[in-house]
Design a protein around this ligand. Structure first.
Ligand code: IPD
Ligand code: CA
Ligand code: CA
Ligand code: CA
Length: 261
């Protein structure tokens, strides 16, 4: 893909994100229709669904030959990653959206023939957009982000999903104890934004493709390591325990979890 095409897509996706932000902020003042997906800790609202439909309709008009992987099921059933594949999480951090009306993100990613091209994490309420890819660099709004310093586990904060800590998965309580401190933000997008800014050195959670699609592109573009929890490459179409970290923090964490995976 040439640079002109890349910038044209980037401008277009940013317009969709602004439209979706306005939509979500308007809907936030109304009563939400909240339902459970798999449990009382796994919620979905009318706004998640409507925003996914909104984004997917924009993609279908802009790039009709694409495949779309969307969390709420309004996209396609995808079995292979040939051609253009868009990955959409209409609200990442639905629990935060419901309980806090803050600390959630819209996430969109574009992969071409399996290679990450553009990623977007939009912290809606705080109007902070993390965007870019391997050929554009990574931006926080208009500001080009430098690669985070390669800080190790002992000198950095780590963020985990709640269940990783509650169930002490793979010895992660020990990993957290070794770090400078543990944070739990409750939105994969928000956690990865902290990594991009160099504010934490690792994030680990069980994630689905729409949870890591955008963050993987942005993190790798800044030289961060993105892998399964035991350091293997991620499959874009599968859910897994995902680790995003500085190269040093990844090297520090792997021996602590050892054979617990
Ligand atoms: C969830 C959030 C959460 C992570 C879960 C995700 P959702 O996404 O990113 O932080 O721990 O695994 O499912 O469902 O709110 O889009
Ligand atoms: Ca969800
Ligand atoms: Ca998500
Ligand atoms: Ca979601």
């Amino acid at each position: 893909m040439n640079e002109t095409e890349l910038y044209r897509i980037d401008r277009t996706v940013k317009q969709w994100l602004k439209t979706s932000r306005d939509f979500i902020l308007a809907k936030m003042g109304e009563n939400l229709k909240i339902s459970q997906k798999t449990s009382r800790k796994d919620l979905v609202t009318n706004v998640d669904k409507e925003n996914e439909k909104l984004i997917i309709s924009k993609i279908r008009t802009f790039a009709p030959n694409s495949q779309i992987l969307g969390e709420e099921g309004f996209g396609d059933q995808i079995r292979q990653t040939k051609g253009w594949v868009w990955v959409v999480d209409p609200i990442d951090g639905t629990m935060n959206f419901v309980k806090q009306r803050d600390h959630f993100a819209i996430m969109i990613a574009l992969y071409v023939d399996g290679k990450g091209v553009l990623g977007y994490i939009y912290d809606v309420v705080n109007d902070q957009l993390f965007s870019g890819g391997p050929d554009l660099g990574v931006f926080q709004n208009e500001h080009l982000l430098p690669a985070p310093e390669n800080v190790g586990l002992r000198n950095g904060l780590i963020s985990l999903s709640g269940p990783m800590v509650i169930h002490d998965r793979f010895n992660f309580q020990k990993v957290a104890e070794t770090s400078s401190g543990l944070r739990i933000y409750g939105s994969a997008g928000v956690e990865m934004a902290h990594l991009l800014k160099g504010e934490i050195v690792a994030y680990v959670s069980y994630l689905k493709p729409w949870d890591f699609g955008a963050g993987k592109i942005l993190a790798e573009s800044l030289g961060l390591a993105v892998s399964t929890v035991d350091g293997k490459p991620l499959d874009m179409l599968s859910s897994d325990f995902v680790m995003v970290a500085t190269v040093q923090a990844q090297q520090d964490i792997l021996p602590i979890i050892g054979s617990n995976v």
